[in-house]
Design a binder for this molecule. Structure first.
Ligand SMILES: Cc1cc2nc3c(=O)[nH]c(=O)nc-3n(C[C@H](O)[C@H](O)[C@H](O)COP(=O)(O)O)c2cc1C
Length: 173
């Protein structure tokens, strides 16, 4: 069976909480769940898995969560190959205070890992979301699973279940 690793960056714990739910749903053991701040050393940590699920909230104005910054710089500089790796994305945002860059970090991760040869899966419909602009929106869909636990936490569970259903189908799990 394909191995799954979850890597997340989360400043106030929102993306972390969803990472733990994804891990439970996909039966990913705790030691295969990496907090980018504490557990990530280098890309070899990621290369151990066939399927990578990356969590990243959006900060600044459409920027990646702090713990993803250095790894993405290393990705740009060292240009490791992610060919043969399948990557799905998820991340928190706030559509009311930051609807001009809603969950845009997912778009950044999408482009950077696609450029390194990865296959990106797990896009999600934009239906039911409100925002002005998102760099994570491509051809009418988000490139990963966005959630907003600041304003609409009540919707996250059903959205997550729908995303996981689609993802499992795509991955043949
Ligand atoms: C200073 C600041 C900047 C933010 N910028 C964005 C943004 O550009 N886009 C967005 O969707 N959310 C933005 N947010 C909202 C965070 O993504 C949101 O609070 C999220 O729940 C944090 O998740 P985390 O705890 O996993 O890091 C911002 C929040 C703060 C405090």
């Amino acid at each position: 069976m394909a191995s799954i690793g979850i890597f997340y960056g989360s400043s106030s714990g929102v993306t972390k909480g969803v990472a733990e739910k994804i891990a439970a749903a996909l039966e990913v053991e705790d030691f295969n769940v990496f907090n980018m701040e504490e557990d990530f050393t280098d890309f070899d940590d990621m290369f151990a898995f066939d399927i990578l699920i990356f969590g990243c909230s959006t900060w600044g104005s459409g920027e990646v969560q702090n713990d993803w910054r250095d790894p993405l710089l290393d990705l740009d500089n060292d240009k490791p190959s992610f060919a043969g790796k399948t990557i799905a994305l998820f991340g928190a945002g706030d559509y009311k205070a930051h609807g001009e860059q809603f969950v845009s970090a997912l778009g950044i991760l999408h482009d950077k890992f696609k450029a390194r040869g990865a296959t990106l899966v797990g896009s999600f419909p934009t239906d039911g979301y409100t925002y002005t602009y998102s760099f994570a929106e491509r051809d009418g869909r988000f490139v990963g699973f966005p959630f907003d636990n600041i304003n609409e936490e009540d919707k996250t569970e059903a959205r997550l279940a729908a995303w996981l259903d689609g993802l499992k189908g795509e991955l043949g799990l």
